[in-house]
Design a protein around this ligand. Structure first.
Ligand code: NAP
Length: 243
């Protein structure tokens, strides 16, 4: 089956920034597949979009369960034949995370498993479908906290945000962006890390300077980049972010 619309998969799209990314992509005319580890929650979110006239479908995809990742890739292949946009949005924080002296290794392992290894697994599974696109776009939801430079800068407002598990998992995600962009430099696939800003979601306990819709804007912009798009960048709302 050949779709004329661009096809996007957004992981963790049942709520928060991911749901708003899905909504804004659908508003831009993209056929959106909402990834959710709980299919019921994903379907509820897709129904919510449908109620506002936006077509979207849900798919089960749990970053910690490679069977669901492989199955999601098979289903997207069967339904759409390719993927044009992958937004690696799903991510977690962990209550046992903290500074290097105090975080539990269990928390660090869970964060690495989901935010880095899970995202790597999804990316690998979707890459064959992205290679079938004339202009594949991969957006990795990173954070300023994943910047080695900012973590080491005493003048940065984020200097005291010592979450070794979360920050290291997002630094590793940034490495995926850099290496994959280099590996794919002779292809039409563009890969970037996007820090959305400080957004009021469950992940931040409702704290933040931006609504989820505002936080979705930059990831959506990078999902919809045109043909001369730069690859291997790390951006935040103010501009380029330091690695
Ligand atoms: P959120 O509201 O907590 O949403 C996180 C989403 O990820 C949910 O849909 C959640 O599903 C899903 N998820 C978690 N673990 C998963 C797994 N193993 N498999 C599949 N889905 C999983 O958080 P958010 O603030 O929107 O965060 C979205 C992304 O932005 C994250 O990568 C986060 O690190 C990044 N980010 C957020 C901020 C911020 O200020 N909010 C700043 C920088 C970066 P469930 O509903 O099933 O839990």
């Amino acid at each position: 089956m050949t779709d004329t619309k661009r096809i996007a998969l957004v992981t963790g799209a049942n709520k928060g920034i991911g749901l708003e990314i899905a909504r804004q992509l659908a508003e831009a005319g993209v056929a959106v597949v909402l990834g959710a580890r709980d299919l019921t929650r994903g379907q509820d979110a897709a129904n919510g979009l449908a109620e506002t006239g936006l077509a979207a479908e849900a798919i089960e995809i749990d970053l910690n369960d490679e069977k669901t990742i492989a199955s999601a890739a098979e289903q997207i292949a069967a339904r759409h034949g390719r993927l044009d946009i992958l937004v690696n949005n799903a991510g977690i924080v962990d209550a046992e995370d903290g500074p290097p002296s105090a975080a539990t290794t269990g928390a660090a392992r869970r964060l690495m498993e989901t935010n880095f290894l899970g995202t790597l697994a999804v990316t690998q599974a979707m890459l064959p479908l992205l290679r079938r696109s004339s202009a594949g776009r991969i957006v990795n939801l990173s954070t300023t906290l994943g910047s080695l430079a900012i973590n080491g800068d005493p003048t940065s407002p984020y200097y005291e945000a010592r979450l070794i598990g979360y920050n290291a998992s997002k630094a590793a995600l940034n490495m995926l962006t850099v290496q994959l962009a280099a590996e794919l430099k002779d292809t039409p696939i563009v890969v970037n890390s996007v820090a959305p800003g400080y957004v009021r979601t469950d992940l931040t306990g409702g704290n933040g300077f931006m609504s989820p819709a505002e936080g979705a804007r930059l990831p959506v912009k990078y999902a919809l980049l045109g043909s001369d798009a730069a690859s291997g960048r790390f951006v935040e709302p103010q501009g380029d972010a330091p690695w």
